[in-house]
Design a protein around this ligand. Structure first.
Ligand SMILES: NC(=O)c1ccc[n+]([C@@H]2O[C@H](COP(=O)([O-])OP(=O)(O)OC[C@H]3O[C@@H](n4cnc5c(N)ncnc54)[C@H](O)[C@@H]3O)[C@@H](O)[C@H]2O)c1
Length: 282
């Protein structure tokens, strides 16, 4: 049976661990901050309790799933017996590299080391280890307890066996994996989302339609649950803006240049739901 260690108990790590435990996988969740571990447990309990209220989960299965996630602040304890490690700490390359170095020292030599990074190909991290062939990206989507997809991204040195093990783990967790053969900014989903969102901003900037009507068109005509402006408000307009700016600066490609109207929102502090106003008021 697989023993999974999840490193980092923030928005992603907490739910990755819980999703695995819901599917009977033994999990140890580690964070350097004890308060984050408590928050993770409380938040997962809230999510599962709502499923029980709706009759989608039995109280016994809820207890088993919550009890299936052990927690610790000790990295060694978390990984010393692990078959598989998923890292989900801050999106900071130096933090990730130092954790991978430590994981490589402590985890059993056969263990796979995966990163949930949204932007860093595993090759930027795996070279600190002696097992780049057993390192891989597993990109889950927020909220992991709801979103069914995992993008599995292999690096140039990732072995076929590691790919197979990552695909199998995602499936065992009740999630659908897709395999990306090359490291590429944005992987699949964010590239397509960004392309569509940029087009929505171009239509807005050209005065073709209002943002409300563009959202309605995309929601009703493409069956997206949220149009690009509503989705931007949900994710945070600063996040959308910074992602565009990063792509524009690194590629110099005009296609990625952030919209002046998006920039104006961010400068005015209208960041979406979290600030009470973005494209819409909350
Ligand atoms: N939030 C998203 O929508 C999303 C989606 C997909 C992937 N990701 C990726 O997941 C990763 C985590 O994102 P998040 O939103 O959960 O972040 P978060 O800020 O919510 O959580 C990060 C956690 O890592 C912990 N941490 C930091 N340094 C640590 C260390 N040295 N040892 C142990 N724990 C440490 C922090 O205490 C915190 O609990 C990032 O790489 C991000 O790119 C995020």
């Amino acid at each position: 049976m697989t023993l999974l260690a999840v490193i980092g108990a923030g928005s992603m790590g907490a739910q990755i661990a819980q999703q695995a435990a819901l599917h009977g996988i033994e999990v140890i969740l580690q964070d350097q901050d004890q308060a984050q571990l408590r928050k993770a447990r409380d938040s997962n309990e809230g999510h599962l309790a709502r499923r029980v209220e709706k009759g989608k989960l039995s109280p016994e299965d809820m207890d088993a799933a919550l009890g299936g996630v052990q927690v610790t602040t000790d990295l060694h304890e978390a990984v010393e017996r692990a078959d598989f490690v998923i890292e989900a700490v801050f999106e900071d390359i130096e933090v990730k590299r130092s954790i991978f170095k430590e994981l490589d020292d402590v985890a059993p030599p056969g263990a796979v080391l995966a990163s949930n990074s949204s932007t860093m190909g595993i090759s930027k991290i795996a070279d600190v280890t002696h097992r780049p062939d057993r390192c891989i990206n597993m990109h889950f989507f927020y909220p992991v307890l709801v979103m069914d997809l995992v993008e599995i991204v292999r690096g140039p040195q990732t072995s076929d066996e590691t790919v197979d093990r990552a695909m199998a783990l995602a499936s065992a967790m009740g999630r659908t994996p897709v395999l990306i053969h090359k490291e590429i900014d944005g992987f699949i989903v964010n590239r397509i989302l960004h392309a569509a969102t940029q087009e929505a901003y171009r239509l807005l900037d050209a005065g073709v339609a209002s943002f409300e009507d563009i959202d309605i068109a995309v929601e009703k005509g493409l069956n997206w649950p949220l149009g690009p402006f509503r989705l931007g408000d949900f994710s945070g307009l600063d996040v959308t803006y910074n992602a565009r700016l990063h792509m524009y600066r690194t590629t110099g490609d005009e296609r990625y240049k952030p919209s002046p109207q998006l920039e104006a929102k961010v400068r005015a502090g209208k960041l979406g739901r979290k600030s009470g106003e973005g494209w819409y008021r909350y």
